[in-house]
Design a protein around this ligand. Sequence first.
Ligand code: NAI
Ligand code: HPV
Length: 600
Amino acid sequence: MASLKIPTLRTPSHSLSSKLSLRSAFSANFPNSARFSRSQPQRGRVLIITSAASSSSSNKPTVLVAEKLGEAGLTLLKEFADVDCSYNLSPKELRSKISLCDALIVRSGTKVNRAVFESSGGRLKVVGRAGVGIDNVDLAAATEHGCLVVNAPTANTVAAAEHGIALLAAMARNVAQADASIKAGKWQRNKYVGVSLVGKTLAVLGFGKVGSEVARRAKGLGMHVIAHDPYAPAERACAIGVELVSFDEAIGTADFISMHMPLIPATSKMFNDETFAKMKKGVRIVNVARGGVVDEEALVRALDAGIVAQAALDVFSEEPPKQDNKLVQHEMVTVTPHLGASTMEAQEGVAIEIAEAVVGALKGELAATAVNAPMVPAEVLLELKPYVILAEKLGRLAVQLVAGGSGVKTVKVSYASSRPNLDTRLLRAMITKGIIEPISDVYVNLVNADYTAKQRGVRITEEHIHLDGSHEIPLEFIKVQIADVKSKFASATSKSGEIKVEGRVKDGIPHLTKVGSFRVDVSLEGSIILCRQVDQPGMIGKVGSILGQENVNVSFMSVGRVAPRKHAVMAIGVDDQPRKESLKRIGEVPAIEEFVFLKL
Ligand SMILES: NC(=O)C1=CN([C@@H]2O[C@H](COP(=O)(O)OP(=O)(O)OC[C@H]3O[C@@H](n4cnc5c(N)ncnc54)[C@H](O)[C@@H]3O)[C@@H](O)[C@H]2O)C=CC1
Ligand SMILES: O=C(O)C(=O)COP(=O)(O)O
């Protein structure tokens, strides 16, 4: 990918000649972000937002690995970063270490809560969850702090499914209880008569990756498998001979229930007194999802009442559970200490998957496993690249046209495109970045753009202007309008009172094509001077010669007018920032009625 000139707004010392990769369009003005290698995005990845500064003497980012990770993953991490493997940290120790880390890798045993993000002092840029469930990471806090969260969603699927099946069979045949009994010197063949699986109905709740693998295996055991999942496509279920049914039907007809949904507010304690009451008497339950999806006290009651005949649990609402936990001690319950993902193969796979995702994110790429940021495939991103830059620059221009003191609250963005399904999340994030960064000290990226806008009371609405014609070009133009504000350059205000700028991409370069009602054409590569003047001969020459005398290189000039000899807007692209004096001299040219200098 070619490097692009992306001048920064708040650090003039980052001169126009500084060439940054596209990644920087997503990053804040972090002086030493250049320490990350400029590797190219790979297929299936998107670029994003990393910006943390490392104070490590090796000038490499620092990755804190807070729970045991497979060797292959550690090796990958060490090629790129300083790796600190500190297992079993107390919450206090984690908080005190985190401000020295650019990335943190955890499994399910570490609570990455708001206090962790707050203690990071803005340095923590990536949290890698070496596994699937991200309920131990405070995603809202991560997003608010602009910290990307990635997980490793595929490498432990089979391990979790196999453990589910292992618990199902072990429970049905009392393997754990019989094992304990024989080790205690007993021989209780009559006590541990089990139940058969073949021909029984298994309800898989949560028909995602693990759930569908469990279903596939259960069918191989001769079970009748039904599933409930509000979001699963019926075709996927159909393909493996599973019928998707309602929640009540699933729990009301099943002999066995296996849980595979994430722990989210909607699933928290979804198995409670009320739902247990709807189950078939004598049902058997397996949970390798999360302890929190079950009201554990209600499960004890259901077991004692004989509604639930047996349960096999790998997960608990509190881990490790207390020694006297009634479920753990219950005779009809088989337990394992959260072993679903714990096979040698899965742990090596997970370690590689998370190490690649974290390294990619630190390099400015985003693995396709981002949990709190939109995922945009690399192909799409590459195509949108110039439009992404256009979006940020239009945001920056529009906000600089707002007169001081008028707070920006209402922004409308219009995308004119012939593509019906244009993905605008990236563009919206960059417009937000362009609008908010010049007027605040927060840095905005793809992770926190929407949050930051909301936080600052900036309402961004989007409109898709459908154009006919070929779908070849993703976007004809982008229009940014800021309503309910005064402008420091009155000509930028449209008839309906909004500040309006419009731009399009020409030959791969973003151009400003409209200011208010005036058509202009200036490439968005340097900074811009906009002047409103009475249209008359010699104006370009006059302004051009002032800039020439000041040694300011002009890259582009265009004049947009309403009619000959009436008002016109001259847009002048300049490579360098003119001195205040030079701008004053431009303002003193008699035909010039107003002017503004805009940094890009
Ligand atoms: N015990 C262990 O060591 C392991 C536990 N897990 C747990 O298993 C869960 C599932 O993992 P995957 O299958 O990889 O995730 P997944 O995201 O592929 O599947 C989760 C499924 O649950 C469904 N779902 C969401 N809300 C639901 C609801 N209210 N009712 C029914 N279904 C609902 C989703 O639509 C999705 O299809 C993870 O979130 C994790 O908590 C995963 C791996 C290992
Ligand atoms: O991947 C998951 O969601 C798991 O529950 C596995 O957790 P672990 O990484 O073994 O602590």
